[in-house]
Design a protein around this ligand. Structure first.
Ligand SMILES: Cc1cc2nc3c(=O)[nH]c(=O)nc-3n(C[C@H](O)[C@H](O)[C@H](O)COP(=O)(O)OP(=O)(O)OC[C@H]3O[C@@H](n4cnc5c(N)ncnc54)[C@H](O)[C@@H]3O)c2cc1C
Length: 478
């Protein structure tokens, strides 16, 4: 068999032409599309699934890590991220009581959250195409000028003045020739259980308070954990790891049942037990963890299919051995294997670990958002959480390809990759990419050439926080 075959050149029908085209409808892409449309761009969003939200919905990752509040309690990551959580709370898709440093994450009803996103994008005037795969970038004069898409109408072209890659794995940037890095990351398929008796589970935890995984995943102790549930309607149980032995109950359960999937699947790394829910909702479980060294379609398919079977096995384990789970049953399995980090771009600027973990505020001239830091210091009684850092615009600008910005914080330019991959970081980057694309379209210049001050001004108009008055003056924005 020959190792290559020729794809015949052919003319492709042009479906439409727009100002800003966003490929990928996860939280990053939704933020980008909404921001671009609000900045005046005629905007299309292409999503290969039938719903918006990506990892947050299709993969059932129902927890927006609470990285919006600074140590002072002030909300510093604002704009789309804050607005969508407020809208989610108003729609019953999230608790309104997440704005507290004691809350590790804003847990979601993933199904309702899909509709919150649809509402926001449609109100902004975004044209959403579902089951529309952005198959390849259209390259003209060495720059991205739209995408070829694949859907039920076959292959079509959508022209755009500026494109935002929100595919999560920088697929379009990579295809367009941008410099990229590959990182060995992990992936999980989540599932949701209905019929969990949360009260009985909490009673079990309280019967062994010394075993509770305190100071873990931003959960200080069992009292804070219980208060979040009772007073705020937020159920968040930390991602305890069987391999690390964070929670003796999990290790007993694994040992007694002989649960060892790594023996049958070499990429299966470990069993964890993170759990999230809102009052009255199903409980999302994050349990299987695979190592993903490559984006090879055969590897991803094998792991995804293995993981779906694993969800039932993990659910069985909980049902048989964990108080509160006796009557639970699997209600949903994530339709996508959730890949934490894999391919990312080498950008005009790179956010390094020093800026994020330096222990002191880290500022940059090209800031497009502010993010707080919470670092867990094992053995200490408090989190190290006293500073914030700026996310620079240049981390969204790929090297080696024009006409395109990358929105997804898991594939922007950071060292190590995925440094700010949480959903709040994704939405902050997405909003900036959307604004950048809209301004590029209006000015008729590539997104990389849009003056950063113009992007900052437009972001401020959209409710993004870049600092106090003194800081804005420093940036020439006061
Ligand atoms: C297992 C797991 C646990 C996590 N835990 C947390 C947590 O507790 N808290 C937190 O804040 N963050 C967490 N994260 C990180 C966070 O959820 C993700 O980084 C974030 O949701 C990514 O959003 P995104 O929009 O950038 O990418 P995605 O959610 O991956 O969205 C990409 C979208 O693009 C679509 N797409 C891809 N390719 C194409 C194409 N060619 N054409 C059209 N559409 C395409 C996909 O279908 C998808 O909808 C976790 C991530 C994972 C995987």
């Amino acid at each position: 068999m020959s190792r290559v075959c020729l794809e015949a050149a052919r003319f492709i029908e042009v479906l439409d032409a727009c100002d800003a085209l966003v490929a990928g409808g996860g939280v990053s892409g939704c933020a980008a599309a909404c921001a671009a449309a609000r900045a005046g761009a005629r905007t299309f969003l292409l999503e290969r699934n039938g719903c918006l939200g990506g990892v947050a919905t299709a993969s059932l990752m129902a927890n927006v890590g609470n990285l919006l509040l600074a140590a002072s309690g002030e909300i510093v990551t604002r704009g789309f991220a804050l607005e969508v959580l407020d809208r989610a709370a108003a729609a019953g898709a999230a608790s309104p009581h997440w704005k507290d440093r004691g809350v590790p994450g804003c847990t979601l009803d993933s199904e309702r959250f899909k509709v919150v996103l649809i509402d926001m994008l449609q109100e902004a005037g975004v044209t959403i195409l579902t089951h529309a795969l952005a198959a390849r970038p259209i390259l003209e004069d060495g720059a991205v000028a739209g995408v070829f898409l694949e859907g039920k109408s076959g292959r079509q072209a959508l022209r755009a003045r500026a494109v935002v890659d929100a595919t999560g794995e920088a697929d379009l940037a990579w295809q367009a020739g941008a410099q990229t890095r590959r990182s060995r990351g992990t992936a999980s398929t989540l599932f949701a259980l209905e019929g969990v008796d949360v009260e009985a589970f909490i009673a079990f935890l309280k019967s062994r308070p010394e075993e509770f995984p305190a100071m873990h995943d931003f959960v200080r102790d069992i009292e804070v954990f219980e208060r979040n549930w009772r007073e705020r309607g937020i159920f968040f149980f930390p991602h305890v790891s069987g391999a690390r032995g964070d929670w003796p109950a999990l290790n007993r359960l694994l040992a007694e049942s002989g649960f060892a999937p790594e023996k049958e699947c070499p990429e299966y790394r470990e069993t964890r037990m993170g759990m999230y829910a809102i009052k009255g909702g199903s409980v999302a479980i994050n349990s299987n963890v695979y190592v993903v060294g490559d984006l090879d379609v055969r590897l991803l398919s094998r792991l995804e299919l293995h993981a779906q079977r694993m969800c039932y096995r993990a659910a069985d384990l909980l049902r048989r051995h964990m108080p509160g789970f006796e009557r639970s049953r699997v209600a949903h399995i994530g339709v996508d294997l959730g890949v934490r980090v894999s391919r990312s771009i080498v950008g005009r600027e790179t956010l390094g670990v020093g800026a994020v973990r330096g222990g002191a505020p880290s500022r940059c001239d090209s800031a497009i958002a502010l993010s707080p830091v919470r670092v867990e210091a094992p053995g200490r009684k408090a989190f190290v959480e006293d500073f914030t850092f700026d996310i620079p615009f240049g981390v969204l600008v790929p090297q080696g390809c024009e006409g395109l910005l990358v929105a997804s914080a898991k594939s922007i330019s950071t060292q190590p990759a995925g440094l700010i991959r949480g959903m709040s970081g994704c939405m902050a980057c997405g909003q900036a990419a959307g604004v950048g694309a809209a301004l590029a379209a209006q000015k008729g210049i590539p997104p990389s050439a849009v003056p950063v001050r113009d992007i900052q001004r437009a972001l401020l108009k959209q409710g993004v926080w870049l600092g106090d008055t003194a800081r804005l003056r420093e940036l020439g924005l006061g």
